[in-house]
Design a protein. Structure first.
Length: 542
């Protein structure tokens, strides 16, 4: 049996805190309340019920909760808000987990009470939240008003039955007041993160929020409350982005540069782009990837193969390709001394002859407009985050040169006929410009520096010292993107415009220890807002 510390943060919660504490008394070995200097009877109630009571200045929900967790006596944390309580069924589930702890974290299903009624539909149900966890494997993360428990890579999570009861709003007026308050905070968080809001984005996000909550999540089955909740969720979305636009208008000097089409920019004798393709002992996948670049609509680019120590078969594939192509192919290779992808990437960057770099992998076959789109969308002060569709092994094996030439791997009907299961991710394959722009605008996926499909300016990458060679497999590319963003380079989403298909193969170099190491490095980069790595590209400069 493990011992559990229940952790609650409060501010003037005299109406809720007793219900919350009583619901956890049978499961918690310690109840810790961290209060932001309440002026009501919160302290009196907590102490009367046997809780340990600490006061601390409030600096945001995420930071306050992490501080509270750091004060807990035990490593196993039960995290609740003051307006929440365990249902009887969930209490029994927590007791079972306590007596036989098998996972690193446990998810609760939150059930919201709205103006006296429990809401079983809309975007509010089911809300799954990790609230019981080993603090050595997790922390509170996210924005300071949209905080979530984030588990370390490789951590195990299990869902418990029962409900985490949440008394959300007592009146409609309270809900409307909260929209005004939290939309302002969200707008400032988005502004700091470089998120932008065009008129079309505001309209589409607002309409989608209502449609998703009321129709897809069946809000109509909750009667008038379902309609009202869905409407107010969309209103919150609209007001948040409207306030964000106002922030940008007030700070016009911070606006990024507009798109520039590199294809119309003089480059002298330099190629328009250097496409850097990483590979390691996957010659057949590399062959198919090279076919994709031979068929590009834009030809003014060089192809740099960043080879992390492959053997003779890879060299043979490259020699055959060089004999049949007019592209300038540069093979950057070093001996196989284990996983050194970041090192070979840095070496490849130094060998590049273009000011603009496109990064991808040797198991990613590009659509024929891949290079053209990256060049067309290039934007000073930004990097471009493209998309990929992961194929299964059967389809990956079956792809031929003629298939790529005819564009078959980028059509849903052909992929499904070859054994690829249907997925909403097929939307990435659309070639309709309006739909591409629409999906790039409304997607909730944030742009990241993903090595499968990303591009940026060489001088920006050099300015942050390139790839961090301490990084191993698992998020190594995203760490560079996070430093670029700390440097002031913003990510732009083109995942529905620039597309490649990802061929399937084993990854023996993927281990839990490397993920955990990379997670620690990335955590430090975010916490300290680091721009420079001390183990980067400068070590290869002569």
């Amino acid at each position: 049996m493990v011992k559990i510390s229940a952790v609650i943060i409060t501010l003037n919660e005299e109406k809720n805190i007793e219900r919350c504490i009583r619901s956890i008394q049978r499961v918690a070995d310690e109840i810790l309340v961290v209060d932001s200097f309440s002026t009501d009877k919160t302290e009196e109630i907590c102490k009367r019920l046997g809780a340990r009571f600490v006061q601390h200045k409030f600096e945001g929900f995420r930071d306050q909760k992490n501080y509270a967790v750091s004060l807990a006596t035990y490593d196993y944390i039960l995290a609740l808000d003051a307006d929440e309580a365990l249902s009887y069924e969930l209490e029994q589930e927590v007791l079972k987990a306590k007596n036989n702890w098998q996972y690193d974290g446990y998810k609760f299903i939150r059930l919201n009470n709205y103006c006296g009624k429990w809401i079983l539909h809309t975007d509010w149900y089911p809300e799954k939240r990790i609230r019981l966890y080993d603090r050595r494997k997790a922390k509170w993360d996210g924005a300071n008003i949209h905080e979530v428990v984030k588990m370390t890579p490789g951590a195990s999570v299990h869902s418990l039955k029962g409900h985490l009861l949440h008394w959300r709003y007592k009146t409609y007026e309270e809900h409307i007041d909260e929209i005004n308050k939290y939309s302002t905070i969200s707008a400032h968080e988005y502004y700091k993160a470089g998120v932008r809001a065009s008129s079309i984005k505001i309209v589409l996000h607002t309409l989608w929020r209502f449609f998703h909550s009321y129709f897809i999540r069946r809000g109509f089955m909750s009667g008038f409350n379902g309609l009202l909740i869905s409407f107010l969720l969309s209103e919150h979305c609209f007001v948040k982005y409207a306030k964000l636009r106002k922030l940008y208008k007030q700070n016009r000097k911070k606006q990024p540069y507009p798109y520039i089409d590199i294809r119309n920019t003089p480059t002298g004798n330099k190629p328009l782009a250097s496409v850097i393709v990483t590979t390691y002992n996957q010659p057949e996948w590399l062959r198919k990837t090279l076919w994709g670049y031979e068929l590009q609509t834009e030809k003014n680019f060089e192809l740099i193969i960043a080879d992390d120590g492959s053997g003779e078969e890879t060299q043979k594939v490259l020699n055959e390709f060089k004999e049949s192509t007019s592209l300038n192919v540069i093979h950057v290779w070093h001996p196989d001394n284990g996983f050194q992808k970041c090192q070979i990437l840095n070496k490849a960057i130094l060998q590049s002859n273009s000011d603009y770099l496109i990064f991808t992998d040797g198991d990613c076959v590009p659509r024929n407009d891949f290079v053209e789109v990256h060049l067309q969308k290039a934007q000073r002060g930004c990097f471009l985050s493209g998309g990929y569709l992961k194929l299964n092994k059967k389809v990956s094996d079956s792809i031929t040169f003629e298939d790529i030439k005819q564009g078959k791997p980028f059509t849903m009907s052909w992929l499904m006929s070859m054994g690829q299961p249907f997925s909403y991710k097929f939307m990435k394959l659309t070639q309709r410009p309006f739909l591409q722009k629409l999906m790039n605008t409304i997607t909730t996926t944030k742009p990241t520096w993903n090595g499968h499909n990303v591009s940026g300016w060489k001088d920006d990458i050099i300015a942050v010292n390139g790839y961090n060679e301490d990084m191993q497999y698992g998020g190594l590319d995203r760490e560079l993107g996070e430093r670029l963003m700390n440097y002031g380079v913003k990510g732009k989403q083109i995942r529905y415009s620039a597309v490649c298909v990802h061929l399937d193969h084993p990854r023996p170099y993927r281990t839990k220890s490397t993920w955990e190491k990379n997670y620690r490095i990335r955590k430090e980069v975010k916490r300290k807002k680091l721009k420079w790595t001390t183990n980067g590209i400068d070590k290869h400069l002569s």
